[in-house]
Design a protein around this ligand. Structure first.
Ligand code: NAD
Length: 480
């Protein structure tokens, strides 16, 4: 039974309360470890350590910051298999996904920002012959980074790496549902020789640890990824203190499939974009709109393919869908499937919990579920389910599908499938969405802006956006 620790001021330490929460293995539905049940006093200790380390770290040369962050990236790579196994066990995701996506992306995040700072430049504006301005950039101070459970190390490092690279020190909180790889990262940071207090990781509940980070007067900048309701609460806490906020929130992403698409490509990618990570990626499409001339053909082929997906033990190489993250989340998804039926939906495949054999009989497994026959504006099609459930709807006209796609409170990501270039541009431009993928899904270039509109968030991460977020700019105007 693994009991993990907080990482504060360079040390692995127990929570002040001495209390621990259970860490559940979702593939077996049983406790396999313990997590610090930290509180505001631990956040206080972490913030003090970060505040103390800030003058030193913010003055450390770019080359040295880069070297240390690259060392962490190298250590993640060197421990790739151990971290992938840990992520798969903690989250329930298939091991092949953790190996291919989660862990490589965590080291890529460090590498990307560690090298970006070596190429950063600043602006200069000449007002007239005798007046010049230059933009002085500096780190802000102690950054708060709060992340969710769906892509644990991937999203945790997506925040921490730019914050540290820009010269801030960090108080970070991973999800209490999937804390393991953040803990393992703290061990790697010690091994890499990251100076004490530069990164602090406090484990525990959102209402205690997350709230204490949002409230803390010495944490002026917060990057949060998680649910929209939590984002609202953080914004309400932080706004009166004028904290700088980046909020990456929920989604209800549309896939728009026109009749002129490359049918096989659209089909195969839409199966992935629906059910990768058990549908628990904020970028997964959950509403599939198909142009009427190909609706039935696409639907039947889609259902056929979904039926072939294997729901299984995460450590099995053949598994396509592992366990969903928790019992509570499984129940929530099942409740939405019931709601869809009440709203008149017809379940074409799935719709049920899957019981595996032996040690895994109590695990949280759901069959990939496809539902049709629902109105675009019913609750099932408006609310985020965040599980292996998609709906399918036919459409007749471009304006109609744009209206339906834009009808939710969310606006994170969308896919558009068509061979006609002008149509792709038109639709991409009309979608109220932070990201539009045309004839592809989840192709990520870390330089591009990432974020949502409407209730999917505020601000952009990625590339210079992330470094700018963690940087204060000052204009210095000189009369010569
Ligand atoms: P969540 O909002 O429940 O939790 C996210 C984090 O916030 C956790 O670490 C949690 O402990 C913490 N938290 C909870 N209450 C808090 C509070 N009052 N103050 C501060 N922190 C608090 O989200 P989740 O269930 O972990 O993740 C799923 C959600 O995340 C989905 O809505 C999904 O769409 C969203 N998500 C969005 C993106 C994106 O980039 N937009 C990426 C991944 C996940």
């Amino acid at each position: 039974m693994k009991r993990i620790s907080n990482y504060i001021d360079g040390q692995l330490v127990a929570p002040n309360s001495g209390k621990y929460l259970d860490n559940i293995d979702p593939s077996r539905g049983e406790k396999y470890g313990e997590i610090p049940d930290s509180d505001a006093s631990d956040v206080q200790a972490a913030t003090l350590a970060a505040k103390t380390a800030f003058p030193m770290w913010s003055k450390t040369s770019r080359e040295e910051r880069s070297r240390l962050l690259l060392k962490i990236a190298d250590l993640i790579d060197a421990n790739h298999e151990m971290l992938a196994q840990a992520e798969s066990k903690d989250n329930g995701k298939p091991i092949k996904l953790a190996r291919k996506v989660d862990i490589p992306r965590a080291s890529a995040n460090f590498r990307f920002f560690a090298t970006a700072i070596l190429h950063e430049s600043s602006e200069f504006h000449r007002t007239d012959i005798s007046t010049i301005n230059y933009t002085d950039k500096s780190a802000i101070g102690v950054a708060g980074c709060i992340s969710p459970w769906n892509l644990p190390l991937y999203l945790f490092t997506w925040k921490i790496a730019p914050a540290l690279a820009a010269g801030n020190t960090v108080v970070a909180k991973p999800s209490e549902i999937t804390p393991m790889t953040a803990f393992l990262l703290s061990e790697l940071c010690i091994e890499a020789g990251l100076p004490k207090g530069v990164l602090n990781i406090v484990h525990g509940l959102g209402q205690k640890v997350g709230q204490a980070i949002s409230e803390h007067p010495d944490i002026p900048v917060i990057s949060f990824t998680g649910g929209t309701a939590t984002g609202k609460q953080i914004a309400a806490t932080a706004a009166p203190m004028f904290k700088k906020l980046s909020l990456e929130l929920g989604g209800k992403n549309p896939n728009i499939i026109f009749a002129d698409c490359d049918f096989e490509e659209a089909l195969n990618t839409t199966v992935q974009s629906s059910f990768a990570n058990q549908g628990q990626i904020c970028l997964c499409g959950s509403r599939i709109f198909v142009e009427r001339p190909i609706y039935e053909r696409f639907r039947d082929a889609f259902v056929q393919k979904v039926k072939q997906l294997k729901v299984g033990v995460p450590s099995d190489e053949e598994t396509n869908l592992g366990a969903v993250v928790s019992e509570g989340h499984m129940k929530k998804v099942l409740t939405y499937i019931d709601l869809a039926k009440q709203e008149g939906g017809k379940v074409l495949t799935g719709g049920n919990q899957v019981r595996l054999q032996g040690d895994y009989a109590q695990g949280y497994y759901l069959a990939p579920t496809v539902i049709e026959g629902l109105d675009f504006n019913c609750r099932t099609n408006q609310e985020e389910i965040f599980g292996p459930v998609v709906t399918m709807m036919p459409f007749d006209a471009e304006e109609e599908v744009i209206m339906m796609a834009n009808s939710t409170q969310y606006g994170l990501a969308a896919t558009v499938w068509t061979q006609e270039l002008n149509k792709a541009h038109r639709v991409a431009s009309a979608l109220k969405s932070g990201i539009v993928w045309v004839n592809c899904w989840l192709l990520r270039d870390l330089r591009t802006p990432f974020g949502g509109v409407k209730n999917s968030g505020v601000g952009r991460e990625g590339g210079w956006d992330a470094l700018n977020f963690f940087t204060e700019k000052k204009n210095v105007c000189i009369k010569l």
